[in-house]
Design a protein around this ligand. Sequence first.
Ligand code: DOR
Ligand code: ZN
Length: 433
Amino acid sequence: MTDLLIKSADLVGRGRQDVLVRDGRVAEIGSIAKAGSATVVDADGLVLLPGLVDLHTHLREPGREDAETVHSGTRAAAKGGYTAVCAMANSYPVADTAGVVEQVAALGKAAGYADVQPVGAVSVGLEGRQLAEIGAMARSAAAVRMFSDDGHCVSDPILMRRALEYVKTFGGLIAQHAEEPRLTEGAQMNEGAVSAELGLPGWPAVAEEAIIARDVLLAEYTGARVHFCHVSTARSVDIIREAKARGANVTAEVCPHHLLLTDEAARTYDPVYKVNPPLRREADVAVLRGALAEGVIDAVATDHAPHAPQDKDCEWAAARPGMLGLETALSITVLALGGPAEADWDTIAERTSRTPARIAGLEAHGRDPKPGTEANFTLVDPAATWTVVPGELASLSRNTPYAGMELPVTVQATFLRGRATVLNGKIAEETTE
Ligand code: DOR
Ligand code: ZN
């Protein structure tokens, strides 16, 4: 592999530096005049972040390759600045065996755009009745550490307890989709003033909060780790804040759409805004933003949920929940944390890369460059803007709620072990360089 010399990048907290990469690892940082035959990337004016890490990606393969594949989804990830993604288990078949998680990991390796860490199902078929082969998935070549029935809540408390006790034995964790199913039967959107006006059945905040409160207690009781997926309400933040203050072993993520959009969007009846958990109130958005800035919410996770046209271009009630996230997450995070002029890149790197890598146990990711570390980074232009054109996204699906919006910050390049997956803002193989 040819060496790579990144010139004049703004390294978070360390000012402008040149970074020399050799054999996929950082060789030197400083003022480096020339380096033999190294490919030179001019990063003047660009911020170098550790490659983004997504704790929550739906890649849809196996089973729904019409909506996304590991190949297309990881191309979307690379374009969004990601070098690693955690692939959720709700595929067809479900990733509840060593065979399926190994298949997903192998597809990720073959595609080569981002490291794909499969998430294993907690229960067989995501049915919430019987524990999946957690041990076999952990011992498999995919080395699964994070387990989740995402899309469904592990609502049975005894199943949750057993799963926690099991993963604790090897340092694993359960990522919980917190939704008490008895409280959300038939739900279509956030329960509140807007749902009452529109006459749509509501998904009350308490359905999320009740499960988070219970699982905080179970985490404390078992001493095992719980991670809360897509936290969406102000009260959930209060519960997590109190739990952390007591020393509970819990972490939490928030999705970009919950940091920007509200249930007012449902007035359009456009199913692109239908998502689970649903878009909440302005007051929730404000609290989530503050909690992310503060670190009560540990990470941004996309819940990238591609859907085929027939599952989204239909009436609201029939549409599947979920929206694309990978290619817009960094821009929305910057917006939510105060806009590009105010951007605190250290906090952004913490919430989008370092902390999610730590939560998922991805040791080669989420690292600021220093000699010896794997060269997994992204170069972003903090001053540029771009307009979201669904047809130009790398994802196979088109269900972005940001179509036509002008967003701050562009991803100029992404490097996975020193190899460009994105260069000049384009998937690397499409560039002429
Ligand atoms: O909106 C969502 N879509 N929420 C989930 O929990 C699952 C996801 C999906 O798989 O489409
Ligand atoms: Zn979920």
